[in-house]
Design a protein around this ligand. Structure first.
Ligand code: SF4
Length: 417
């Protein structure tokens, strides 16, 4: 139901001068209609300040209508358990060969220590992703290794929500162990995985993927794995890596594939996708060929904000929670994105390595106080949430000084010992 206090219009002072086509699209949006890919492209082509402001206001109005004024955040810990990876994505500054300087695996005691510390500090979630390491096996199976990662987190605290393993990692395990994707997903769920990050999506267009990540899943495979996760009862997030070599048409087709997937999952009665996160490309430490091709090191904030607004407009009826990435945009950029359709500011992370190694300005962690302060700067209420956007009843604050900023990864010749 639409609350009567919510203004379903573009502010009259900016209305004169808006391109008629954009005005018409935004009017449809404010009537609650889904827009087409072509309409989304038109919005992304908006050049004038007035057009962009009208798009921002519309996205902000939709956000208010769809999820209210409160901005949520989550207390979580990131664990990137290894950076040894068999693949060679052209944007990746994180991966290492096993014998390369800086290669690491976090050993079992390290995983347990990180999870125990996270639980003690009041985190409700551990987010775990890493490189694709063919040597990461127990008794010759990858699945056993990945299950043990999850079981180690749950041993530290059974209450920690395990948000783990991208669709790419699921495919890797299935391939290494000659299992079906569904077998892998069910086994990980039994081990304790509660939801999957919708990462490795990059841009769901195979011509882009051929350049960005030729060894990764195809777009269709990514969609299949996420759909299967929903089917077995594992909700996922969704992402897009934007601002590199892709066109705005490809951006919109990506959003359309996410929207269609969510429609299918909802029609089947699954929880489906819980949120959309835009991940603007950071190229500072990325391998040179792509960096040269893109021609800049940090995201263009104005482009990221416009895309943030269009994502709300295009997806909001189906995916209501939208999160900017403070890791990519910095906290100020992420705070601004809360005015462009976002209703969540993400997690404190405690340690982030994948994007920070790419040269991102956002750092590796945020304090709860900083996230709440950023939200308060917009005069909007803050709410701690759990991974699936439920409310946390017993709240524990994490003092900034107790954060672990260190990269506690243990570089060990045989970390499974
Ligand atoms: S993005 Fe992931 S899969 Fe690609 S090279 Fe980096 S760690 Fe490996």
């Amino acid at each position: 139901m639409i609350e009567p206090t919510i203004k379903l219009r573009i502010e009259p002072e900016i209305k004169p001068g808006i391109e008629p086509e954009i005005e018409q699209i935004l009017e449809q949006v404010l009537l609650g209609k889904d827009i087409s890919v072509a309409a989304g492209v038109s919005l992304l082509q908006a050049k004038s300040e007035r057009d962009r402001e009208a798009i921002r206001q519309t996205a902000d109005t939709l956000r208010l209508r769809q999820v209210g004024d409160t901005v949520s955040y989550v207390l979580n810990r990131n664990i990137n358990y290894t950076n040894i990876c068999e693949q060679h994505c052209s944007f990746c500054a994180f991966r290492r060969d096993a014998d390369q300087a800086g290669a690491y695996w976090v050993d079992w005691s390290g995983i347990l220590e990180k999870a125990t510390e996270a639980a003690a500090l009041g985190a409700t979630e551990v987010c775990m992703q890493g490189g694709l390491n063919p040597e990461a096996k127990i008794n010759g199976t990858s699945l056993a290794y990945y299950c043990k990662l999850v079981e180690t987190i749950k041993a530290a605290s059974p209450d920690l929500h395990v948000h783990a393993f991208s669709p790419q990692e699921i495919q890797f395990i299935a391939r290494e162990d000659h299992l079906s994707l569904e077998q892998v997903l069910k086994a990980l769920q039994t081990a304790g995985v509660d939801s999957l990050p919708g990462t490795a999506a990059e841009v769901l267009d195979d011509s882009v993927r051929k350049i960005l990540c030729p060894e990764k899943t195809t777009a269709a495979e990514w969609l299949e794995i996420v759909g299967l996760a929903h089917k077995v009862g594992l909700p996922t997030t969704s992402t897009m890596l934007s601002g590199h070599i892709e066109t705005i048409e490809q951006q919109m087709l990506h959003l359309d594939l996410l929207r269609q997937l969510q429609m299918r999952s909802h029609a089947a009665g699954y929880r489906g996708i819980t949120e959309f996160i835009l991940l603007p490309f950071v190229g500072q430490e990325a391998p040179k060929p792509l960096r040269r091709r893109v021609g800049r090191d940090q995201p263009v904030l104005a482009d990221a904000l416009l895309l943030t607004a269009v994502a709300r407009i295009f997806l909001g009826n189906w995916i209501v929670n939208h999160q900017p990435s403070w890791v990519k945009l910095g906290l100020d950029g992420a705070t601004e994105a809360l005015r462009w359709g976002c209703n969540d500011i993400g997690g404190i992370l405690m340690e982030e390595h994948i994007t920070s190694m790419a040269g991102a300005v956002g750092g590796t962690c945020q304090s709860e106080a900083d996230l709440v302060g950023a939200i308060a700067s917009l005069n909007r209420p803050a709410r701690q949430r759990d991974t699936l956007y439920g409310t946390i009843s017993a709240k524990t604050s994490i003092p900034h000084s107790r954060h672990s900023h260190r990269h506690t990864a243990t570089a060990s010749p045989h970390p499974l010992a």
